[in-house]
Ligand binder design. Structure first.
Ligand code: PGA
Length: 255
């Protein structure tokens, strides 16, 4: 039995309109209802579908997260969405530093850190993403890259803030490629992340932090991945877009 409750979140990326989300979530909500109390669940739709999603999922066991958040409070930041705006419509989580944002929008660890801090100080739970590229892994740099990202993205968080933060380890080479890290490869990095947290915050805090795995998680590999000692859930892209597949993924994860 795991010490930490599993947390599985679907990252829809740029998929599903608000009306598509509505139909999908009505289905998903009833399908996943039996898992209430057995694990934590969330979906992270695009900004335009967030309000519909919080309305449909209100009172259910599925939380709603955004895929990004502004590091600023308000003002002249065209295109940005603030924590206050998200909280106002019932959003609970915010993904920050996803590799697609790091890659296509040049988000640095320092910038990701400021978004994580903004989420925390506003009352949102950040899901902070880290992960190495294929090139970095093949060059034997995985540990160094992960260490730098953990230290940079989580810099200055208090014990209390760290306890509220979710980390998602997503090797970039496994995202959307169908290539999953083997459970052993994933566990090795998760153990490193927990060791870094132990060094910075002590064991009592580190043992409570939820570290999700992400990258081609599907119904047929979720059980083996989730049974690893330091893997506490999943951030799921492609496989969270179909009700049946996501249901099977969750059902297998808690077996
Ligand atoms: P994937 O995406 O499950 O489609 O690989 C995961 C993610 O990017 O969060």
């Amino acid at each position: 039995m795991k010490k930490r409750m599993l947390f599985i979140a679907g990252n829809w990326k740029m998929n599903k309109t608000s009306s598509e989300a509505e139909k999908f979530l009505v289905d998903l909500k009833s399908k996943l209802a039996p898992f209430c109390g057995k694990l934590n669940l969330a979906v992270c739709p695009a900004f335009t579908a967030l309000e519909t999603s919080t309305r449909i999922l209100h009172g259910s066991n599925i939380g709603v997260g955004s895929q990004d958040i502004s590091a600023k409070d308000s003002g002249a930041f065209t295109g940005e969405v603030s924590a206050k705006m998200l909280l106002d419509i019932g959003v609970r989580y915010a993904i920050v530093g996803h590799s697609e944002r790091r890659q296509y929008h040049a988000e640095s660890d320092a910038y990701v850190n400021s978004k994580a801090k903004k989420a925390l100080s506003s009352g949102l739970i950040p899901i902070v993403c880290i992960g190495e590229t294929l090139q970095e892994r093949e060059a034997g740099k995985t540990s160094n890259v992960i260490t730098t990202q953990v230290k940079g993205s989580l810099a200055g968080l208090t014990d209390d803030e760290m306890l509220k933060t979710v980390i998602a380890y997503e090797p970039v080479w496994a995202i959307g490629t169908g290539k999953t890290a083997t459970p052993a490869q994933a566990q090795e990095v998760h153990a490193l992340i927990r060791k870094l947290l132990t060094e910075a915050y002590g064991e009592a805090v580190a043992e409570k932090v939820i570290i999700q795995y992400g990258g081609s998680v599907k119904a047929d590999n979720s059980q083996e991945l989730m049974s690893q000692k330091d893997i506490d859930g999943a951030l799921v892209g492609g496989a969270s877009l179909e009700v049946e597949g996501f249901y099977n993924l969750v059902a297998n994860a808690i077996k």
